[in-house]
Design a protein. Structure first.
Length: 580
């Protein structure tokens, strides 16, 4: 959405600015915006009011017909709606479609708020989606319907009769920043989404934490989004997360944006999985219009690949230019060295000229002073030898200069050969680096597998050790129980002996009672006492027999329990051994 000149309302009617989150304690950001520290949103201080956003008169209202034609073309220098149809299809619309295909395949029911000229709705319908647009201006609604033959709703989302939980996706491209009440609008959108549905939104991204002055100093591209009349709220990433979480869409993902000042947001109530690339390709082959969309996507893929290659070529060109500049500096240094050597040669030639002049002067003196020649012959011979030495030195210098020139040419050839060799080495290095990366990935995968198997082996060894310790513990318990049983058997035998002795004593007492029956009455009292003691002893013997029977049953139950436990432990150990 873009702006045009609205019908103006006196500023005296403008209420105190507040953020969509309800915070009224805003801080200064610029002359036209305030910042909300609670949620991280920029709030326009002179933005449109609700009554200014509505379109009742398409020729004069803010979002009426001039907003789409004269405003961008005459005031902002941007393409009007007729040219935007052609420009947006292969760029913005195709990018938005790629993002939508990444989370939901056609057929799916999609509503685009702020659909503008309708190109994206038309592209979605061609791809197989059940897509509908929504706009505020009757003129732009008619334009989209006639340009692309698509269904477009008129009016704000809150006024529509779309059934709740009926949409798979709602798209808000360059819309959030224009909403008078973004909380109410997004809440209504959330009500229209199915439980697995999502919002796809593109909106300017406020770089929270940077002041307006810092943005100006860096010439930040976000400055172009400070359009206070129509961009009522500019969200940071923190703010857009809070907005969607408030309406129940707490799962928020950020996709790469097409422009550096934007952010692309996917918000949903449930986690979303990316669609399979193969299924995306198949979906774009399901109908003849979808095949045209597939062709556009393929062309865009090629354009992206060409762009990637151009960037790679540009990087390589930059490196080569740097190398050429380095070689040029080396050549300049060599040229300076050559000039210095030429200066030495010129100095030597001047010395030779001076010596020649001296020789000429000596010749003139020789002719004029013939009588002195004989005396100075030795001096002249010495001078001659010195001259010859100097000439020899000059010859050596000349030969050295020739060798230096040849060496300079040879070094030039070596430099060219080394440059070619460096190119070959660089290509070989890249190939080796790629091979090393593949080997490293293979080694990392092998190491991870080896470590995983090592952990399994160590875990199984630990299980074996635990099983062995448990087996030894059980064996010790069984031996202890055997010893206990043996002691119990021995005790039972003792008790049986005692019982036998008591029974023998009882029989003796009974015989004694029979013998004493005939005795006097006092003996009857004694016999009565003896009878009661005998009954008590019989009860004791009966209790001891019951105790012996209980111990015998407990021994049998303990033996059965230990046998079952030993069998289960042995089965567990055998299973562990099979796993190993």
């Amino acid at each position: 959405m873009h702006a045009t000149l609205p019908r103006m309302i006196p500023d005296t009617a403008r209420p105190k600015p507040s953020c969509w989150c309800g915070n009224t304690g805003l801080t200064d950001f610029s002359d036209t915006y305030a910042a909300c520290c609670e949620c991280g949103t920029l709030v326009s201080l002179c933005g449109l009011r609700p009554e200014e956003v509505e379109v009742r008169d398409d020729d004069h209202d803010f979002y009426g017909r001039p907003y789409w034609i004269s405003r961008p073309r005459d005031e902002l220098g941007f393409p009007d709606i007729y040219e935007r149809v052609r420009l947006d299809l292969p760029e913005r619309c195709l990018y938005w479609l790629r993002t939508l295909l990444g989370y939901r395949l056609p057929p799916a029911r999609v509503l685009e708020l702020g659909s503008g000229h309708g190109a994206f709705v038309g592209l979605m319908r061609a791809a197989g989606y059940d897509a509908t647009g929504l706009e505020l201006s009757p003129w732009v609604v008619d334009f989209a319907r006639s340009a692309f033959g698509i269904p477009v709703l008129l009016g704000p989302i809150e006024a529509q009769t779309v059934p709740e939980r009926s949409l798979d996706a709602i798209v808000l491209n360059d819309v959030l920043e224009h909403l008078v009440d973004p909380l109410a609008s997004t809440r209504r959108c959330a009500e229209l989404l199915q439980p697995t549905g999502f919002l796809q939104a593109q909106t300017p991204c406020y770089p929270e934490g940077q002041s307006h002055r810092q943005l100006v100093e860096r010439n930040h591209p976000f400055l172009a989004m400070l359009q206070e009349r129509e961009h009522l709220y500019l969200f940071s990433r923190r703010a857009v997360r809070r907005l969607f979480a408030t309406v129940g869409l707490s799962i928020v993902r950020f996709e790469p944006a097409l422009f550096p000042y934007d952010m692309v947001v996917i918000a949903s109530a449930q986690p979303l999985a990316l669609t399979d690339a193969r299924l995306r390709d198949e979906a774009l082959l399901a109908s003849p219009p979808a095949r045209f969309v597939r062709a556009l996507v393929d062309l865009d893929d090629r354009a992206r690949e060409l762009s990637r290659r151009m960037n790679q070529i540009e990087s390589d060109r930059t490196q080569r230019i740097a190398m050429i500049e380095h070689l040029n500096r080396h050549i300049e240094q060599t040229s300076r060295d050559d000039e210095a050597r030429q200066g030495v040669i010129r100095d030597q030639r001047a010395t030779i000229d001076t010596i020649g002049q001296q020789i000429a002067q000596l010749s003139r003196d020789y002719e004029a002073r013939g009588q002195v020649i004989h005396d100075q012959q030795a001096a002249l011979d010495e001078i001659e030898r010195d001259r010859k030495d100097r000439l020899a030195t000059i010859d050596q210098l000349n030969r050295h200069i020739e060798r230096t020139s040849a060496d300079y040419e040879a070094r030039g050839r070596v430099i060219r050969d080394q440059q070619a060799a460096l190119d070959d080495i660089e290509r070989d290095r890249r190939e080796r680096l790629a091979m090393i990366e593949r080997l490293n990935r293979h080694i990392e995968q092998t190491s991870a597998d080896y470590e995983a198997r090592g952990r399994v082996i160590r875990d199984q060894q630990a299980l074996l050790k635990d099983a062995e310790r448990e087996r030894q513990t059980l064996q010790a318990a069984v031996e202890h129980l055997h010893r206990t049983l043996e002691r119990t058997n021995a005790d039972a035998e003792i008790r049986e002996q005692v019982l036998s002795q008591q029974q023998t004593a009882l029989e003796a007492q009974r015989r004694e009672i029979a013998r004493l029956t005939a005795e006097h009455a006092e003996s009857e009292k004694r016999l009565a006492r003896l009878a009661s003691e005998s009954e008590a002893r019989e009860r004791v013997i009966s209790g001891q027999q019951a105790t012996i029977e209980n111990l015998t049953q407990q021994h049998e139950q303990t033996h059965l329990a230990l046998s079952g436990l030993m069998q289960s432990r042995l089965v567990s150990v055998l299973r562990t051994l099979r796993l190993l």
